[in-house]
Design a binder for this molecule. Structure first.
Ligand code: HEM
Length: 496
């Protein structure tokens, strides 16, 4: 009897799956007027088309199906936006309905997504957190006030490179940039270093942040087949729970340490958060504060350090760009000096190099996934509720209708164009746009030129003898951010 039951249930399941798949392939029950897209295979949909460079594969598919393309990734209906015009529709004209997030399963560890500004839906809690970010942490006044905390870190980066040059060692630019960015952020947030370039003491914190990046960047079966959620077949949520827990312990210690000091006068983010928590405890509690720190480190480190590595890579591949940048720096601040945040305004060519790097190597190629709750009309198409929305910023930065010779690294294109990265010009949106635009933008556009300009202005950089600039390996590795597959290691010679 039992056996019969199992066979009947199995039979019913297979029949249902077959009927559902057939109906879905025939379009039965679907809203009319869906955007075009590749025909899905049963069960996997179009997952097989992604490959290991989904930003490239989807850019190619968009050439056939258009800039508003719908596909099925496993069980997840996904809308791919691949033009500046369509991005403007989604991120500006209909911003509100496209502003919630599609949450990867790993981010549910410790219920992080319930407290995190990155993953909360647009809501009162999200607005409160964004207000703290915009008015207290990343406002010009706050960033000016704690600039001294970052200045020292750039001096230490240059000292580290100087030591490498004395022993004729190469510098792994990505690693040095990651460490410096981590310390720039930890000084902005806690007024202290959490990692030391010469010692192992800060290694654990750096590794924890690194591990979070690795897990978050792994393709997770659960994100395509939510039915596997409880099984967590790759163990990603399990490991993430462990890393988040360890990071929260570090943050808890730092909070306790500061509360014991009893005077909040460091002008850093921790002071600000504790003060808001004291004055308005219903706005943010201790869990919000710890989740906020996690967000700041996860969202701020890889993005910034990868951009710096790509920027160095591009100036090394393009010696005339390097020469022009050196000339501008020598004229404006003097050879061998460290760039200050206040100098950036007077270094237009350096700022153009940063923009051009973000155009051609956007660190977050699909922005952070959005989601719509209900059916939405977009350019005459109907997008079904529940759809995940990815904006392929990488493809937009290479659109030949927007950019002349898009594959060439030409910072000069920005000298006269006025196009900026701040979310108003949809051909260049590496930080996103609309209400979900990256709140860390004002800090990133200070840190990047300061680090890049200081590296260029203090050293000549040499590739290994056998490598010619144009032969540098430009292969990308897709993950939470778009990294260089092969680390850039170069030997510095001091300029003075
Ligand atoms: C080159 C550096 C950076 C790039 C390219 C970048 C890019 C992005 C992008 C594309 C988004 C999603 C925007 C959207 O959905 O429209 C985002 C969100 C976010 N970024 Fe950044 N980011 C950078 C640096 C930073 C830094 C330094 C911080 C903070 C220390 C930061 C904190 C955040 C946060 C908290 C969010 C989530 C905002 C929300 O969902 O409301 N980012 N960033």
């Amino acid at each position: 009897m039992e056996m019969e039951f199992v066979v009947i249930v199995l039979g019913l399941c297979i029949s249902c799956a077959f009927i559902l798949t057939t109906f879905s392939m025939l379009g039965v029950g679907k809203p009319k007027n869906l955007p075009p897209g590749p025909t899905p295979l049963p069960i996997i949909g179009s997952l097989h088309l992604l490959g290991d460079q989904p930003h490239r594969s989807l850019a190619n598919l968009a050439k056939t199906h258009g800039p508003i393309m719908l596909l099925k990734l496993g069980r997840i209906t996904t809308l791919i936006i691949s033009s500046a015009d369509a991005a403007k529709q989604v991120l500006q004209k209909q911003d509100l309905v496209f502003s919630n997030r599609h949450i990867p399963d790993a981010l549910n560890a410790h219920n992080h997504s319930h407290y995190s500004v990155v993953w909360l839906p647009v809501s009162t809690q999200w607005r409160t957190l964004r207000k703290i970010f915009n008015s207290n942490i990343f406002s010009s006044n706050s960033l000016d006030a704690n600039q001294h905390l970052r200045r020292q870190k750039v001096h230490e980066l240059i000292a580290y490179c100087r030591r490498a040059s004395e022993s004729n060692h190469s510098v792994d630019i990505g690693r040095a940039a990651f460490r410096t960015t981590l310390n720039l952020l930890s000084n902005t947030i806690f007024s202290k270093d959490l990692t030391d370039p010469y010692k192992d003491s800060g290694k654990e914190f750096k590794e924890l942040v690194g591990n979070v990046m690795v897990e978050a960047g792994k393709p997770n079966l659960v994100d395509f087949f939510p039915v596997l959620k409880n099984i967590d077949p790759q163990g990603i949520r399990r490991r993430m729970t462990c890393y988040f827990g360890n990071l929260f312990d570090v943050f808890e210690e730092l909070v306790k340490e500061r509360l014991v000091m009893k005077k909040l006068k460091q002008d850093d983010v921790l002071d600000m958060c504790l003060k808001i928590n004291q004055d308005k405890p219903d706005e943010i509690n201790r869990t919000h504060i710890k989740c906020m720190f996690l967000d700041l480190f996860v969202a701020g480190t890889d993005t910034t350090s990868n951009s710096l590595e790509w920027a160095m890579m591009e100036v090394l591949r393009n010696p005339h760009t390097m020469a022009k940048a050196k000339q501008e720096l020598a004229q404006v601040i003097g050879k061998g000096k460290i760039v200050e945040e206040a100098d950036i305004m007077r270094l237009p060519y350096l700022s153009c190099i940063v923009k051009e790097t973000l155009r051609i190597h956007p660190p977050v190629p699909f922005l952070i996934p959005r989601k719509i709750e209900n059916d939405v009309k977009l350019n005459g198409y109907t997008i079904p509720g529940g759809t995940q929305v990815l904006v392929n910023v990488w493809a937009i930065g290479r659109d030949t209708t927007l950019w002349e010779h898009p594959l060439e690294f030409k910072p000069e294109r920005f000298l006269t164009s006025g196009v900026d990265v701040r979310g108003q010009d949809f051909e260049l949106i590496p930080f996103g746009a609309g209400r979900r635009i990256c709140p860390g933008l004002p800090l990133a556009v200070r840190m990047l030129p300061v680090m890049l300009g200081s590296l260029i202005n203090n050293f000549d950089w040499h590739l290994a003898a056998s490598i010619k600039p144009r032969e540098l390996d430009m292969t990308e590795k897709f993950g939470i951010t778009l990294q260089k597959a092969d680390p850039l290691c170069v030997v510095p010679t001091p300029l003075n």
